[in-house]
Design a protein around this ligand. Sequence first.
Ligand code: CP
Ligand code: NVA
Length: 310
Amino acid sequence: MWPKHLITVADLSVGDIEDIFRQTAELKSSRGGGGSGAGTEKPLAGKTLALVFEKSSLRTRVSFDVAMRQLGGGTIYLSRQDIDLGHRESVRDVAKTLSRYVDVIALRTFRHETVLEMAKDSTVPVINALSDYTHPCQALTDLYTVREKRGTLEGVKVSFIGDGNNMARSLAMLCAKLGVGFCIASPRGYGLDNEFLDKISASVTHSPLSATTDPSEAVAGADVVYTDTWISMGQEAEAEKKRRDFRGYCVDAALVAGAKKDVLVMHCLPAHRGEEISGDVLDGPNSIVYDQAENRLHVQKAILKILLTG
Ligand code: CP
Ligand code: NVA
């Protein structure tokens, strides 16, 4: 039984994840020759998605909007200025009111607690479209993309270089679920906290999870080298300190040379060339960042279809 909401990947069983991947592949391949992903199936005709976004977005906003349109539904975008969630009125009242108008809510928010509150009081499915804690739609897309490129996730090792942030956390959780190796390299004080690592390690039997401060150690033998911004949305005040503390953690050609020869270089974007990743690596032959970005559309079509039609 699928959970009602998609808040973190921890809510999903391996079977649920397989279901998303299978439906994603079907939806992607049924798009026809146009490359737009349009297809002909309109299972969400008459359905509306509310995009409640407290933070900026390109990929998440556009891919959810296009996903709904291609499945026959519509969207309404509500920015911080529009509803001023939690200030103009409570999250509870927004959840209860929106549930009377729309069929599903995608929420991008600063505090993960806001997603939990919205889900508690909403009678329609709530999708976490990024919180300070996790970014499940991105992580699901990322491992779908790795499987698409490699044909399997078996024996794969993902190395995450950078901040122990929402992206690192979601990838670690999903790798643990699927038995994919995961190693994070972060400066001291910026890694994933031990309590979190112990918790996800305890939930798996065969996924090697490890943490280090040494990026070269992390990338050794890696099939995937992944990075994300050092300064997540909401952390702008710490930007200068973080730029100093993360010196030496740039995913550049010298670092990538320590991974497997056919390594996949991934980044959820937006990227900062010359900070967490060098321009030559981001734009180089091993980078799959735009395939990754495209797959947000296909994976989210599958998620919407499953949540709204069962
Ligand atoms: N990767 C991602 O979520 O991008 P946006 O912040 O542009 O939505
Ligand atoms: N860690 C980044 C991810 C952006 C998609 C952030 O939260 O800003």
